[in-house]
Design a protein around this ligand. Structure first.
Ligand code: CA
Length: 238
């Protein structure tokens, strides 16, 4: 399995050049030319690396960086024409891992990416299914398939996104606003924070042994939710 790289950049020529170069280097590449679609793709595809332009037509790269950091530690490399020192510092403060100033060569981007990957210790993305509580709950992201006590269940796209996001980070508290942002990728979804509660309630009905005393999706009072399942250590598929 190759690492999945997401490029969010509004200049098609840069996307083309980087995509060609990264494909050759053995990476899978996804791209979007605006911030909202870029974020949607991020939430949906959970890439292993993000190359992020700062000046985009809709959202700023800084906003995107902040949104991603609320839910993920994925390495982010900023690509930007902003060369002023304070802009770089701002990008790094927002949680980016490194910064390349335009114009750059694709080779420079690749070398920086590899350095960041080494530094952050990102390995190949987990491709085996996630398994919790002695196989009570199994999430196979490759097939977008969820099994509860051995039986496949049907989740809506939003329920799946919420479950996968939280189960990928057991114990981490997710504020409703972050969860909302993760599902808002769906443009037809009109959200208030409380609508997250409705999805969580439906999700619990499908995966909890006792939805009134949830153990998998746990409420963190006054904050949001967290995943309370215990990851099985030596689970392998098959
Ligand atoms: Ca730009």
């Amino acid at each position: 399995m190759s690492l999945k790289v997401l490029i969010i950049e509004d200049e098609p020529m840069i996307i083309d050049v980087l995509t060609g170069y990264l494909l050759q280097a053995g990476y899978d590449v996804l791209s979007e030319t605006n911030g909202r679609d870029g974020l949607e793709l991020f939430y949906r595809e959970q890439p292993n690396f993000v190359l992020l332009d700062l000046m985009l037509p809709d959202l700023s790269g800084e906003e995107i960086c902040e949104s991603i950091r609320r839910v993920s530690n994925v390495p982010i490399l900023i690509l930007s024409a902003k060369s002023a020192e304070e802009e770089k510092i701002r990008g790094l403060r927002l949680g980016a891992d490194d910064y390349v100033t335009k114009p750059f060569s694709p080779r420079e981007v690749l070398v920086r990416m590899q350095a960041v990957l080494r530094r952050t210790g990102v390995e190949q993305k987990e491709q085996t299914p996630l398994s919790f509580n002695e196989k009570t709950l199994i999430i196979d992201d490759r097939q977008k398939l969820v099994k509860v006590r051995g039986r496949e269940i049907h989740l809506t796209r939003i329920e799946y996104v919420l479950l996968y996001l939280m189960a990928s980070h057991p114990g981490q508290v997710f504020h409703r606003t972050s969860l909302l942002e993760a599902v808002q990728a769906d443009q037809f979804f009109e959200g208030y924070e409380r609508s997250i509660d409705v999805h969580i309630k439906n999700l619990r009905k499908k995966i909890e042994a006792d939805p009134h005393h949830p153990r998998l999706i746990v409420t963190v009072f006054g904050m949001g939710y967290k995943f309370g399942g215990e990851k099985d250590v030596s689970y392998t598929s098959g």
